[in-house]
Design a protein around this ligand. Sequence first.
Ligand code: HEM
Length: 140
Amino acid sequence: MKWRTTVWTLMIVAVLAAGCSDKMMMEKKSLYDRLGGKPAITAVVDDFVGNVAGDARINQRFANANIPRLKTMLVEQICQASGGPCTYTGASMKAAHAGMKITDVEFNALVEDLIKSLDKFKVGAQEKNDLLGALGGMKG
Ligand code: HEM
């Protein structure tokens, strides 16, 4: 009878330890890794810019934009902001958007277009919140 108790105890400890280390690994992983690295970020950015292009609320803003560059810059920016191995080489957010007088409605439309892509690629709620938090911090 005693060995059975010991076996059960060991099994429970093993299960708890596995769960615990999993959680600790999740917490240590960067947002970049949790998002799926550069391929996943590139896929989301491609889709997102497509959404913006089809969004009558804001697409006129991008009529003269260099779209390939914009995509590259967004990937670099998200990669860096999420703790990935990239350096953002574009203009500061202030310089890039100077004089545009972007309204809250336009800003929110763009965020909505990004959320659509994050949902399409089934990005988890935690990762979505973390990314939107990082980008929302750039609003000013
Ligand atoms: C979280 C919000 C935003 C982020 C992170 C962001 C990021 C960027 C980045 C990385 C660039 C490229 C800078 C460069 O080329 O060096 C850029 C350019 C630009 N952004 Fe934003 N942006 C945001 C919101 C908006 C909004 C709301 C609008 C308008 C509705 C907008 C309109 C533009 C335009 C028109 C350009 C210039 C594109 C070009 O001239 O090629 N952005 N943005």
